[in-house]
Design a protein around this ligand. Structure first.
Ligand code: GBH
Length: 466
């Protein structure tokens, strides 16, 4: 049954961390319960046309009410680790002031359930559900939001840090900033590149201030800590060897990767990208001391990988500049297999990415998300024969093993996602789960990919001991 290449299993060492991942707004539901206040996603979902079919996370997978059963499901997969996020508007309603005990209590119970069953909790503090009140006060483009985030992070850490070792500050700040404030595709739906760049800096500042305070608290309390940030990363490959295509890759890599990793790891923004932005009249609102905070040492880099892309420095009609007179940076669509998101399937690029991250940033990495949406079908016997998803996972796990062979210190792999859930602007239409969710009954069914993942994890363990 297994399509995992034996070499991939053998390349993964004892202690390699296997996991599944989710995020709060995408699964929890219970949007108005126990003191939770609205987040920017509750608001955005009500904007006509913003989300497929006007869908929203009011109920989602109803995980808030089904948490113990969901933990059993997770434990049954045999994973070591469950990566989930905390909902800021549950823990600190409105984004200011004291903690909400009922909000914290849910996550305490979740951590208890996981640890009872031998599953390690891996907490993400922010997976896009900013309290709406903070957006009303200006959102991430405003410096105060970074300070508010650090306060919230400490409320969460003080409540859970004695039992939870693995802490991720932000999930994919590129998405928060660019999709939320430049492209308008995600909450809060704004479309100003200058605002988006201010958001980048304040997200990173919030990360750094939170990281610094969590580190200090861990030290003071004697808590073991593995601290990180998760970024969405890919590769940029020039379509041809032309100067224009190589320049397009430099720009894309600067805006997508180096703008985040250079400050976080090396304490400086990339000069070339700052110059690209300055040419558009945009500067980052950096103040004295910010970069020192942003470069607070980390233990691990979380990598969310979905695809690598080919870039051209000319437009479809061959012009070196796009409609705004800026140098063209165009993604070249290839004739490759695709997922239901229409994203190209490029496992080899994950190997390249991880080896490059090792070379340029030298942090241990964990693939904190990788997975795919496909148009699943349910067979007459109730099974979900999602061979495409299984192949996707197998090929990317093999790519991780290849990256290790190439010298990258990759320590774990988490499948996105545990179960079908609210796929942001795509609503419930796109299914990334290895477990199917029937949204009428809330019934969960292991897809074939989940069974394959479970068997593969087991096989990897057996290969070690046997
Ligand atoms: C992650 O975002 C999120 O963390 C998670 O919540 C979400 O459910 C999951 O992915 C699936 O979407 O150049 O056309 O290939 C990933 C968001 C996806 C943003 C890939 C950049 C590139 C689009 N990223 N995307 S394309």
């Amino acid at each position: 049954r297994s399509s995992l290449r034996p070499a991939a299993v053998q390349g993964l060492p004892a202690g390699f961390r296997w996991g599944v991942a989710t995020s709060s707004y995408q699964i929890e539901g219970a949007a108005r319960e126990d003191g939770r206040t609205p987040s920017i996603w509750d608001t955005f979902c009500r904007v006509p046309g913003a989300v497929h079919n006007g869908e929203h996370g009011d109920v989602a997978c109803d995980h808030y009410h089904r948490m113990p059963q969901d933990v059993e499901l997770i434990a049954g997969l045999g994973v070591d680790t469950y990566r989930f996020s905390l909902a800021w508007p549950r823990i600190q309603p409105g984004g200011r002031g004291p903690a909400n005990p009922k909000g914290l209590d849910f996550y305490k119970r979740l951590v208890d359930e996981l640890q009872d069953k031998g599953v390690t909790p891996w907490i993400t503090l922010y997976h896009w559900d900013l309290p709406q009140e903070l957006e009303d006060a200006g959102g991430w483009p405003v410096r105060d939001t970074a300070l508010r985030f650090a306060d919230y992070a400490m409320l969460a850490y003080e409540a859970l840090g004695d039992r939870v070792e693995h802490w991720t500050t932000l999930n994919e700040p590129w998405c928060s900033a660019m999709l939320g404030y430049a492209h308008g595709a995600h909450a809060p739906g704004r479309t100003d590149l200058g605002d988006a760049m201010a958001a980048v800096h304040h997200l990173l500042l919030g990360h750094g201030l939170a990281a610094r305070r969590i580190r200090r608290a861990a030290l003071a309390h004697g808590n073991p800590l593995e601290l990180g940030i998760t970024l969405n990363l890919g590769t940029a490959t020039p379509e041809t060897d032309s100067a224009a295509d190589r320049e397009a890759c430099r720009r894309a890599d600067g805006m997508g990767t180096r703008l985040y990793l250079d400050p976080v790891v090396h304490g400086r923004y990339p000069e070339d990208t700052l110059a690209d932005l300055a040419a558009q009249g945009i500067g980052l609102p950096v103040q004295d001391g910010d970069l020192e905070a942003i470069a607070t040492p980390l233990d691990v880099l979380g990598v969310n990988f979905y695809r690598g892309a080919l870039f051209s420095g000319v437009t479809e009609d061959g012009s070196p500049t796009d409609a705004d007179g800026l140098p063209a940076v165009r993604v070249v669509e290839r004739d490759l297999p695709r997922t239901a998101m229409d994203w190209e399937i490029t496992p080899g690029e994950l190997t390249r990415l991880l080896v490059r991250l090792q070379r340029d940033y030298a942090l241990p990495t964990v693939v904190t998300e990788n997975g795919a949406a496909f148009d699943d079908t349910v067979a007459a016997d109730g099974s979900v024969p999602d061979a495409g998803r299984t192949a996707y996972l197998a090929d990317h796990i093999a790519a991780v093993a290849a990256a290790r062979a190439g010298g990258a210190d990759v320590r774990g792999y988490f499948a996105w996602s545990l179960m079908d859930n609210f796929e942001w602007a795509y609503g419930y239409d796109k299914r990334f789960g290895i477990v199917r969710v029937d949204y009428d009954t809330q019934e969960r069914t292991l897809k074939d990919s989940a069974k394959w993942y479970r068997d593969t994890i087991r096989l990897t363990r057996d290969a070690r001991t046997g």
